[in-house]
Each structure stands twice: as C-alpha cells, then as structure tokens.
Design a protein around this ligand. Sequence first.
Ligand code: TPP
Ligand code: SF4
Ligand code: MG
Length: 263
Amino acid sequence: MEGTITKSDIIKPENLVYKKTDLMTDKVLSYCPGCGHGTAHRIIMEVIEEMGLAETTIGVAPVGCSVLAYEFMNIDMQQAAHGRAPALATAIKRLMPEKTVFTYQGDGDLAAIGTAETIHAANRGENFTIFFINNGIYGMTGGQMAPTTLPGMKSSTSPFGRDLEMMGHPLKITELLAQLPGTHFVTRQAVHTPANVRKTKKAVKKAIELQHEKKGLTFIEIVSNCNSGWKMAPVQANQWMVDNMFPYYPLGDIKVDGKLVEK
Ligand SMILES: Cc1ncc(C[n+]2csc(CCOP(=O)(O)OP(=O)(O)O)c2C)c(N)n1
Ligand code: SF4
Ligand SMILES: [Mg+2]
C-alpha cells in the first residue's frame, strides 16, 4: 500500500540501535525470566565477536543452570563434569595455546565440588579466563545452600537461614584466588543495570586481552541473582542482591596487573 512504512524502511544502518550478536543462537534461553545468566552469556559473546575471535575461542561449561550454554553460545564449546571445567580448560589451552579459552561456572560448581580444580589451576597460573556466576545458591537443583550462601540466607537446605555456627562462613573464593601468584587480573562485577553491563563487558575484554598476553589466570566474578531459588520476583531479587549480596561481595577490581588492589 502506498505510504505504508515497511520493516525494511525502518531497519536501515542509520536507524539500528541494537543488534543481537550472531554468537548468541536464536534458541529461546532456558533460564528463568530475570536470571543474570542470559545477560552474562550475551556480554561474553559480544566481546568475542567484537574482538574477531569467533572461530578461535573454546568455552567450557560444566554443570549448573548454564549446563546448556553450548545451546546458546554459538562458538566451540566443551562440556565438563561438575566442578572440572578448570582441569578441562587447562588441557585445552595447553594443547592449543593459540586458542582463546574460558570456563563459565556457577558458585556451586566453582566454589564447592570444583574448589580443588579452581584453586590449583589458579595457583599454576593457567593462561585462560574464568567467568564465575555467583548467585549464592545451587540454582539448578532447587536452591540448596552453597558455600557462597550468605549468613542468615534462606535456602532449601537452610530453611531457617544459614547458621554460621552450624554451617560455617560463606566462602569468598574470589578474594582467596586473588592471593595466589598465578592469578593476574581478578575482579567482581554484576549485570543488573546498563552501567554494570558496560563495566562487566570492559572487564571481559580486558581479561581476554591479558590472556592473549599470556599473563596467567584471569578471573571475573559476576554477582548474580537466582530469583527462582531465592523465591522472589525478578525485580525484587535484583534489589535483594544489591542490599544483601553486594555488601558481602563488594563489586570492583581485587587484583590488577598481578597486584592486590589496596582498599
Ligand atoms: C557429580 C555431581 N554432583 C552433583 C550434581 C547435582 N548438581 C547439579 S547442578 C548442581 C549445583 C549447581 O549450582 P551452581 O554451580 O551454583 O549453578 P547455578 O545453577 O546456581 O547457576 C548440583 C549440585 C551433579 N550434576 N553432578
Ligand atoms: S534457577 Fe536460578 S540460576 Fe537457574 S535459571 Fe532460574 S533464576 Fe537462573
Ligand atoms: Mg549458583
């Protein structure tokens, strides 16, 4: 019809404000609406695409809600057993040092069953990047307490709140890893606001660049939500994260250029 505006009239390069990266597949994400995993995936894939590394990057996803990352990240992916991603990434990077290699691990995976693999890979200074999604809980299996669960925080296995006397203290594994000589860049970020997304993206790019400079292990914690496990609506979960997770897990760089950042 004459005068009708069609899609091709609108989608012109000069009108484009956002384009989904081709490195995220068109499959509908299996994450709960509002979950931080999807945004974290997208940021990492955007950086890989912008740096022209689509054909030369290998990601390793173990067990947790992101077990199906290979369905969404449109690059070469390897599946690791629960907690074992740093061991698998070590093998991949040592066999193919020219590849960009990363792991993508939840807190149950990285800071519970995979603690040994994580600490030793970091201490050895393995030259890959770890993305650590800390939502303070075992999201996939129904919201059980993780080593990262906050004091007093309710979970399906701490229904009255985490009791420090009985259940011990939450593990700040990121601070612990920063103490090890093999880590070069350690930072804690979040993805709940556009400003935080921008900061996290910058950190992702920096980590990959440092990997290319063979600086050793680069580590990005992303403090995230688990609205289903926390039994909250998405907006409420993000607010709870700001009010409760950030004071315990403060955002910012922890180690830069191989040196601890003074607070
Ligand atoms: C060897 C083994 N032990 C236990 C499990 C059960 N399991 C699956 S996912 C998971 C916890 C995942 O939590 P997290 O890594 O924090 O990921 P999230 O789902 O919160 O993103 C557990 C214990 C398993 N799959 N394999
Ligand atoms: S259970 Fe939690 S971590 Fe898993 S997809 Fe849902 S909100 Fe995300
Ligand atoms: Mg978790």
